[in-house]
Design a protein around this ligand. Structure first.
Ligand SMILES: NC(=O)c1ccc[n+]([C@@H]2O[C@H](COP(=O)([O-])OP(=O)(O)OC[C@H]3O[C@@H](n4cnc5c(N)ncnc54)[C@H](O)[C@@H]3O)[C@@H](O)[C@H]2O)c1
Length: 253
């Protein structure tokens, strides 16, 4: 099938109410996919779904916490009933955290791992039920360049995102015989509400300083990541699996 013309398969995007996830929802819808927007921010999920619906796309917005397994299973059931079986999953739900290593409490560690890694596990396991039945699927996880480089004030976050990368590679191997691909995008330096909040707390420097450390000389946009996710989720990307595709302006080579 030619690039840009995709079958109307059902795509679930976790964290679809903001930033990278929202851009992924818009790009997948524009490519012809039916998009279910899942987010802890229910009003935000409805807003994105309503805006896409107003443009003629078939969509659904649902409030769900990715750490809540019964809630995740219920949400995928609702997607199945209202849009059809899930055949594409993009996991963008995540929380960043900045702490000196010695100050990470066990509770803080657990929360960061729960949201970023275990939440990804829950969504993948729920989505794979439909993908295995269809003998077709695309999983794209959003990890982080911090997992590729290590990160002094993000040991919990970087470890969780490293887990996301190797979870993705493991799924690629386990589900290749079922016609399902799994790839991860570790972004860096993408201007989103998450990044603005980190800058507001003083955990990240201003845009000029961030841009000066990026070889391409600018921050990335959510669209930059969505282009890569939509490609990895495309019909034509069926021979690409277990890969890590950095979207980082050349920060990690
Ligand atoms: N912005 C960057 O430069 C950057 C860099 C590396 C990795 N990432 C990753 O990209 C992903 C998207 O980040 P973003 O920058 O777009 O942030 P964002 O805060 O704009 O969007 C994240 C979304 O995830 C949702 N979310 C958070 N916890 C959730 C939960 N428990 N259940 C369901 N939804 C939840 C939020 O409500 C929000 O809508 C995250 O996984 C983040 O870790 C971003």
């Amino acid at each position: 099938m030619a690039p840009g013309r995709e079958q109307p398969r059902v795509a679930v995007v976790t964290g679809g109410a903001s930033g990278i996830g929202e851009a992924v929802c818009r790009h997948l819808a524009a490519a012809g996919r039916k998009v279910a927007v899942l987010d802890l921010d229910g009003a935000g999920a409805m807003r994105v779904a309503d805006e896409l619906g107003a443009d003629g796309h078939e969509t659904l917005g649902l409030e769900v916490d990715v750490t809540d397994r019964p809630g995740i299973d219920e949400a995928f059931g609702e997607v199945r009933a209202r849009l059809g079986p899930t055949q594409i999953l993009v996991t963008s739900a995540g929380m960043v955290a900045f702490d000196d290593f010695a100050g990470i409490t066990p509770e803080r560690w657990q929360r960061v791992v729960d949201v970023n890694l275990t939440g990804t596990f829950h969504a993948c396991q729920a989505a794979l039920v439909d993908m295995v039945a269809a003998r077709w699927g695309r999983i794209v996880t959003i990890s982080s360049s911090s997992a590729q480089r290590g990160s002094p004030r993000n040991a919990h976050y970087a470890a969780a995102k490293g887990g996301v990368i190797v979870l993705t590679k493991s799924l690629a191997r386990a589900y290749a015989p079922h016609g399902i691909t799994a790839n991860s995008i570790p972004p860096s330096g993408i201007e989103t509400p998450m990044q603005h909040r980190s800058q507001g707390r003083g955990d990240l420097p201003g845009n000029e300083v961030i841009a000066s450390n990026i070889p391409l000389g600018r921050l990335g946009t959510p669209d930059d990541v969505a282009v890569a996710a939509t490609f990895l989720a495309s019909e034509g990307a069926g021979f690409i699996t277990g890969q890590v595709l950095g979207v980082n302006g050349g920060s990690v080579l």
